[in-house]
Write a protein that binds this ligand. Structure first.
Ligand code: TYD
Length: 212
């Protein structure tokens, strides 16, 4: 299928503590060096717009009903798509987002138990294009590792936000949902073994082939 836009959309995903934040800036720099004629836009979810960042603050710090949480994630995403992602892709830019819709399936779905049917509806609602196709990343880089290892890493580096306070069982379920989606969409996903050292992970990312 040909891409409906001249840009390229990459998302970074993984459970908290998997190490995606360690690599995302260097990865964007690498993209910029490799494709000097394309502008690279780095952004994140929830967030990426002024309203989205306000919603992020609520989402990461306020306990709330599961459906409210999912609706707010997608509300922030709607702003993000309309204001940032679509215009950048239409202008031929490379968009790199620290999380996108797979995170809602993994956290609100796998982790907290919202039905896949409801998540599919929300995804259709905000990501369907007039031609019926869905706006999706061209490439999703999934940092995968056991929940226990991620928990140990997190405890060393930062005070936990609302999601990071969840228990091991939650993160194992989040991980499994990420993996389920990766196996369902093998062409879109690239799975990184995040138990490796940062050097090995970086070497692997540098050899990743991107079809621009
Ligand atoms: P994260 O991306 O890990 O940022 P930081 O590195 O600053 O902690 O934090 C975002 C949190 O939001 C993370 O715990 C996952 C959660 N999240 C969802 O639960 N659903 C979503 O749809 C998105 C985008 C994020």
């Amino acid at each position: 299928m040909t891409s409906p836009h001249p840009g390229y959309f990459i998302s970074f995903e993984g459970i908290d503590g998997a190490g995606k934040s360690t690599h995302i800036d260097a990865f964007c720099k690498l993209m910029q060096e490799r494709y000097p004629n394309k502008e690279v836009v780095i952004t994140r979810e929830p967030g990426g717009t002024p309203l989205g960042e306000q919603l992020r603050n609520l989402l990461l710090n306020t306990p709330m009903n599961l459906e409210t949480e999912a609706l707010l994630m997608f509300a922030a995403r709607q702003e993000h798509i309309t204001q940032v992602i679509e215009p950048a892709l239409q202008a031929g830019k490379i968009v790199v987002s620290d999380r996108f819709t797979d995170a809602s399936f993994a956290y609100q779905g796998g982790g907290r138990g919202l039905s896949v049917a409801k998540l599919n509806d929300l995804e259709q609602w905000i990501q369907a294009r007039p031609d019926g196709t869905l706006l999706q990343p061209n490439l999703t880089i999934l940092f995968d590792l056991p929940g226990k290892v991620a928990e140990e890493r997190r405890s060393k580096v930062r005070a936990p936000d609302k999601f990071e306070k969840m228990n091991l069982d939650f993160f194992e379920k989040v991980r499994q949902e990420y993996l389920r989606r990766a196996h369902e969409n093998p062409k879109r996903f690239h799975i990184v073994d995040a138990t490796k050292t940062p050097e090995d992970i970086w070497n692997g990312l540098q050899t990743l082939q991107i079809q621009l």
